[in-house]
Design a protein around this ligand. Structure first.
Ligand code: NAD
Ligand code: MG
Length: 389
């Protein structure tokens, strides 16, 4: 019998993170379908070594060059190749030994390797939404040029993608991104001003990395996702809506021209969109728990409180205005989140910092890639100086 599912060699960029470790669980559950060809991490050498010994990739990259010696020594008796540094991430992304990049690095740092994979003609399963926020126009242009499919991993975008399968040229009226509302749903500024990192990290439905957890608490995550949706599905800004759905059972919806709405549903578990993106266009079985309608509590929906969670307003401005504004907003947000988790600023200061940075950095209507890099740098410097970081 011919192998109807040839083994896919996965380049897992960000293997030690929340998405990365869950992707490895999917790979471990389907050794006949996937293998880990490349694993990369920024600083967690111990976990990277453990993963390498278990999954026996061809290559590992440790971002932090000071950790190179540790990783090299630990893997000395294997034939795994070890590289270090940011440049190595890009060089490895340009190699031919893999079939699909799972882009699971967090933040702006994921942009260059992902871009490299696309120019290299490799299919990208994209978790790293910041890449799309920073330079979505260039990413999509390069993907078309190189005929590279970009398959979303973010649960909302995976939901939309799944709703669109089989719809051909049928036109989308709008997409409706669902948001859980995060740990502070219903809270007001007088409460938020005192919340600390520990509270913000306690997401009700999802267990995720630090940065996205804070973004979920401030609703910036949904703002980033609106911009991500615009690029991934070629939408106009006014075609992207957000609704709060605290149970996170509907992962997002598409409304078509005839008014019909399709939703993709399931228990909140990132392994599902990760597996879907890796196996696409196939669906493959798994033993993840199933949603049971008989035991379900109500599914509810409400408007986001944009007076309290002003990040959503800022992100909408960036979505509508475009140019380098989403890139600037993203950079300021990365600084803001960093400062908040290090107890340098309070929860509400994050929005002020982002707003001031968006006001300050000169607007560029149609930036080149170089100009995106520059805007990112300027925004980071300005935001960091403002809070004396
Ligand atoms: P995480 O912080 O848990 O992991 C990030 C990974 O990226 C780690 O392996 C880390 O070593 C690596 N990394 C971080 N900075 C780096 C740098 N400067 N250079 C190279 N590597 C670096 O993050 P996560 O929660 O897994 O999220 C990863 C991406 O997926 C983010 O863009 C996030 O928005 C997106 N995403 C995550 C989830 C989730 O459930 N965690 C859901 C949807 C989308
Ligand atoms: Mg999401």
């Amino acid at each position: 019998m011919t192998n109807e599912f040839p083994i896919k060699r996965i380049a897992l960029f960000g293997s030690t993170g929340s998405v990365g470790t869950q992707a490895l669980e999917v790979i471990a559950a389907h050794p006949d379908k996937f293998c880990a060809e490349i694993l990369t991490a920024r600083a967690n050498d111990e976990l990277l070594i453990e993963q390498a010994l278990k999954f026996k990739p061809n290559i590992v990259v440790i971002g932090d060059e000071r950790k190179y010696g540790n990783v090299k020594n630990a893997l000395a008796s294997s034939d795994i190749k070890v590289f270090a540094g940011d440049k190595a991430l890009e060089e490895v992304a340009a190699m031919d030994c893999y079939d699909l990049m799972l882009a699971a690095i967090v933040g702006y740092a994921g942009l260059r390797p992902t871009l490299q994979a696309i120019t290299n003609g490799k299919t990208v399963a994209l978790a790293n939404k910041e890449t799309m926020v920073v330079a979505g126009d260039i990413i999509m242009e390069k993907a078309v040029e190189n005929r590279v499919p970009i398959i979303p991993v973010d649960s909302e975008h995976s939901a939309i993608f799944q709703c669109l399968v089989g719809e051909g040229r049928n036109r989308i009226e709008k997409v409706i991104l669902t948001a859980s509302g995060g740990p502070f749903l219903g809270r007001k500024p007088n409460y938020l001003v005192n919340v600390k990192r520990e509270h913000a990290l306690q997401h009700p439905n999802w267990s995720m990395g630090v940065k996205i957890s804070i973004d979920s608490a401030t609703l910036m995550n949904k703002g980033l996702e609106m911009i991500e949706a615009k690029w991934l599905f070629n939408l106009k800004p006014e075609q992207v809506d957000v609704v709060i759905h605290p149970q996170s059972i509907i992962h997002s919806m598409v409304q078509f021209e005839d008014g019909s709405i399709k939703a993709q549903m399931g228990l909140p578990d990132m392994k599902l969109p990760i597996q879907y993106a890796m196996a696409f266009p196939r669906r493959i079985p798994n033993k993840f728990p199933r949603f049971d309608f008989q035991r379900a509590t109500n599914l509810s929906f409400e408007e986001p409180d944009v007076k309290t969670f002003r990040n959503l307003v800022l992100a909408k401005e960036a979505l509508f205005k475009g140019g380098n504004l989403p890139c600037v907003m993203n950079a300021a947000n990365e600084i803001a989140v960093y400062a908040f988790v290090h107890n340098r600023i309070n929860f509400l200061d994050m929005t002020d910092l982002i707003e001031k940075t968006m006001d300050k950095i000169p607007f560029i209507e149609k930036p080149s890639l170089e100009e995106y890099f520059e805007s990112d740098g300027e925004a980071r410097t300005f935001a960091a100086d403002l809070i004396k970081l």
